[in-house]
Design a protein around this ligand. Structure first.
Ligand code: FES
Length: 79
């Protein structure tokens, strides 16, 4: 399994809407971070679907090392 690119050293805070689907970029190459723009094509990666339970701000992982995809789990601080 290849390693994703580190898109950011900090998480992305995003206002999400209840019941809406979001596709988080797992490869780190998207120009539309933290979301997939199709740049993963030809790699081992596919985006991770996230459905918002409620409207509000959530933090998507930017370093792409989270163990809790697609949300930040603090991994950006340790690697
Ligand atoms: Fe990164 Fe699609 S562009 S997963």
């Amino acid at each position: 399994m290849s390693k994703p690119e580190r898109a950011s050293d900090t998480p992305y805070g995003v206002e999400v809407e209840a019941k809406k689907n979001y596709f988080w970029c797992a490869c780190g190459k998207s120009e539309k971070q933290p979301f997939c723009d199709g740049s993963h094509k030809g790699s081992d990666f596919t985006p991770v679907k996230y459905t918002a339970k409620e409207s509000g701000k959530v933090f998507f992982c930017g370093c792409k090392s989270t163990k809790n995809q697609p949300m930040c789990d603090g991994s950006h601080k340790s690697n």
